[in-house]
Design a protein around this ligand. Structure first.
Ligand SMILES: C[S@@+](CC[C@H](N)C(=O)[O-])C[C@H]1O[C@@H](n2cnc3c(N)ncnc32)[C@H](O)[C@@H]1O
Ligand code: SF4
Length: 373
């Protein structure tokens, strides 16, 4: 039987419990592994002897390996290709921000560093969005909570990670239990990230959005809306049939009422699909009663022959932005293009080999990071 990751919190808690070992020892194990992923269990001092037996028989320090790493030419973006125990690959992207220079920077000065990590929650995705290469893969497997946390462990050996965004491969709310468990581990010792610095991006899985605030109060929610009306949403995002726009907006109203948190809205700009002035007005009206942190207009990243879409012209994107800002007073940004030379762009990945294009969206990280400043 395959060994489990020690970062699978539920599994290690239950195994320790069965062996009569206090759960208080778990953060100690995590601390050692986070510091030194190739440690031997016997390196960890002061554990009860039963703990060494359990660790030896059931767990590996890390179940995934860092297969390769590619830095962008400006060294702002680093893409990690991580091999899972089941031989599948996922990607994670690190972006480094220099707080003193006030921009993403490849050569940060000491003390001015903050890094954001974009991670994957699934291999492939069953949501099938027509503009997304990950969607075209279909669903392959869910990551365990440990495999999700291990992306943070690998990345932390390269950079000091301050923010985490679930905007890599997969639909995080479609792997809800593992994602919630992983976030709880990330916010506890030794990682101790603040929930405020973690963002979950979703296509709009309504029943999961309803639970999110209770399970993770304070976590940020980004919604990939992409159309202001149901029929366009259905054309480009098959999941909209299962999670209709009206239901989604009702769910978001309740979410905001309960959480008192602003939401991030993602809107991919697809030529002659959802990018006309009338769509901007419909979107503005749809969002009028919401507390929106920002609408991110995302230039479509071509995914070769997989998709029939084209990116909207700069003029159309700019007009769209003007309507949302001018008429509806909604903070609206246009996604920066980043990490292109290492294929670190939104939705472009079908991961198998190191040089294939990436689904991890470096531009999104930039927008989220900008808003934290
Ligand atoms: C890859 S998804 C992962 C998170 C989640 N499944 C979601 O859809 O929000 C992250 C973001 O990338 C966007 N995206 C997907 N394919 C894209 C493409 N080809 N060009 C630009 N953005 C894309 C998605 O719409 C979403 O807003
Ligand atoms: S955009 Fe998100 S939900 Fe849609 S197919 Fe890609 S990963 Fe899945």
């Amino acid at each position: 039987m395959a060994c489990r990751s020690v970062f699978d919190a539920g599994v290690i808690t239950s195994e320790f419990d069965k062996a009569g070992i206090s759960p208080h020892f778990i953060p100690c194990v995590w601390k050692w592994v986070a510091r030194n992923p190739s440690c031997e269990w016997t390196d960890i001092p002061s554990l009860p002897s039963a703990a060494y037996l359990v660790l030896n028989s059931k767990f590996k320090p890390l179940t995934s390996t860092l297969h390769s790493r590619v830095d962008s030419s400006d060294q702002v973006t680093t893409k990690l290709l991580i091999k899972l125990q089941n031989e599948a690959f996922v990607e994670a992207v690190i972006m480094t921000y220099d707080t003193r220079l006030g921009k993403y920077c490849g050569k940060p000065r000491p003390g001015g560093l903050r890094s954001t990590l974009c991670i994957s929650s699934q291999v492939g995705c069953k949501m099938g969005c027509k503009f997304c290469a990950t969607g075209s893969m279909g669903f392959k497997s869910n990551l365990s909570s440990g495999e999700i946390v291990e992306q943070l462990v690998h990345a932390s050996h390269i950079s000091s990670i301050r923010n985490v965004v679930f905007m890599g491969m997969g639909e995080p709310l479609n792997n809800y239990t593992a994602v919630v468990e992983a976030i709880r581990v990330m916010t506890s010792s030794p990682f101790q990230l603040s929930l405020r610095r973690i963002t979950v991006s979703t296509v709009g899985i309504t029943h999961a959005i309803s639970k999110l605030h209770n399970d993770l109060p304070g976590v940020n929610l980004a919604v990939s809306l992409h159309a202001p009306v149901q029929d366009i949403r259905c054309q480009i995002m098959p999941a909209a049939r299962a999670f209709p726009l009206e239901k989604l907006m009702d769910t978001l109203q309740v979410y905001q009422k309960n959480s008192k948190q602003k939401i991030f809205i993602e809107y991919i700009m697809l030529n002659e699909v959802n990018d006309e002035e009338q769509h901007a007005h419909l979107l503005g009206k749809l969002l009028e009663t919401f507390d929106v942190q920002v609408v991110n207009l995302i230039p479509f990243n071509p995914i070769g022959s997989i998709s029939q879409f084209r990116s909207s012209s700069d003029v159309k994107v700019s007009n769209f932005q003007k309507v949302l800002r001018g008429t509806y007073n909604i903070r609206t940004t246009v996604r920066k293009q980043m990490g292109q030379d290492i294929s670190g762009a939104c939705g472009q990945l079908v991961v198998n080999l190191p040089n294939k294009r990436s689904s991890v969206n470096a531009e999104l990280l930039a927008d989220i990071e900008d808003l934290r400043l």
